[in-house]
Write a protein that binds this ligand. Structure first.
Ligand code: NAD
Ligand code: LMR
Length: 337
């Protein structure tokens, strides 16, 4: 009896360790940067993460040593390009979050970053295709409207593209929308769930304020729409040449990554987040990627939500966003092709 119960208890321990094996390796590429550091700090607090793999071309040993002292259970490892660091950082990764690349300075558009960031993202995509082709890839590097197509085309070239597992991170737009609407309506932002669709730059960012069930004056709609579309510029100007949003982006990136982990590792249902993903919504107009709310499941994107009912004002915003998105996407596609 004693033996049986010991076996049973060993079996239940094994069952426990099987569910523990569900926990995951998360890699952050660009981990020593303005976004990378606070994002890594937030991911260190995520209970799903077993291993936090921090890669950058500079300074990762220090960042990793620092974060590794935090008393949560994940193991932290830091890598640079030396000694095949990228390979080690990526192997077995379940989620790869990519904020590598240069940020804007005042007067620049996100598209002005293309020349520098396109090749950084392509190179990281090539390595990802080789070392962790089945991972979930979360792209933060700008211009997102072009870097997502670059990442996709590179994975396609390697024959490992899975559209359910490639996400352009647009969460910061909904975080901002929720905050800005709450400010003028005197509400708690957690009660303001504003859908933002389109892409992630200027006029391609389309907040669907009409779906909030709030009444706004025309001036409020104009002002809010402009602030949400150009919220990034507010931070770029305030930082005055030292970079763009990092802390709010880390917060938004960690929220999105946590949702991906909740759905893919934790088995949580009804996980809905916005993301710039391969989508059929505007495919007939030559736009292969579009951001709407998506439902996340065990394998990644499970369902892509449509726009729902939208106002004429929003229809007009979308009609302006679509041609711009088409340009940004084909620029990314051509870069790889
Ligand atoms: P940053 O310059 O502070 O950090 C970027 C990091 O990337 C640096 O540490 C750099 O060494 C690293 N890096 C450069 N090349 C690399 C490579 N080949 N491999 C690995 N790491 C590499 O910049 P940041 O403020 O952290 O912004 C990073 C990117 O995120 C920018 O392109 C910025 O525009 C973008 N961004 C996107 C959003 C969004 O909503 N998606 C929001 C804010 C910023
Ligand atoms: C943002 O929206 O804050 C980011 O895309 C960074 C930027 O360049 O504005």
């Amino acid at each position: 009896m004693f033996v049986v119960s010991r076996i049973a208890s060993a079996a239940s321990k094994r069952a426990f360790s099987t569910s523990a094996a569900n926990l995951s390796k998360v890699a952050v590429l660009g981990a020593a940067g303005g976004i990378g550091q606070p994002l890594s700090l937030l991911m260190k607090q995520n209970p799903h993460v077993t291993e936090l793999s921090l890669y950058d071309i500079v300074n990762t040993p220090g960042v990793a040593a620092d974060i590794s002292h935090i008393n949560t259970k994940s193991v932290v490892k830091g890598f640079t390009a030396e000694n095949e660091g990228l390979k080690a950082a990526l192997e077995d990764a379940h989620v790869v979050i990519i904020p590598a690349g240069v940020p804007r300075k005042p007067g620049m558009t996100r598209d002005d970053l293309f020349n520098t960031n396109a090749s950084i993202v392509r190179d990281l995509a090539e390595a990802s295709a080789k070392y962790c082709p089945n991972a979930h890839f979360l792209i933060i590097s700008n211009p997102v409207n072009s870097t997502v197509p670059i990442f996709a085309e590179t994975l396609k070239k390697a024959g490992v593209f899975n559209p359910k597992r490639l996400y352009g991170v647009t969460t910061l737009d909904v975080v901002r929308a929720s905050r800005f609407v709450a400010e003028i309506k005197n509400k708690d932002p957690k009660d303001v769930n504003c859908v933002v669709v389109g892409g992630h730059s200027g006029i391609t960012i389309v907040p669907l304020l009409s779906q909030l069930g709030e009444s706004f004056t025309k001036e409020e709609i104009d002002a809010l729409t402009h602030r949400i579309q150009f919220g990034g510029d507010e931070v770029v100007q305030a930082k005055n040449g030292t970079g763009s949003a990092t802390l709010s982006m880390a917060f938004a990136g960690a929220r999105f990554a946590s949702s991906v982990l909740d759905a893919t590792v934790g088995g949580k249902k009804n996980v809905i987040e916005p993301s710039f993903v391969q989508s059929d919504l505007f495919k007939d107009q030559g736009v292969e990627y579009f951001s709407t709310n998506i439902e996340l499941g065990k394998d990644g994107v499970e369902k892509i939500h449509g726009l729902g009912e939208i106002s004429d004002y929003e229809k007009d915003l979308i009609s302006k966003a679509v041609p711009e998105l088409k340009k940004n996407i084909s620029k990314g596609n051509s870069f790889v092709q």
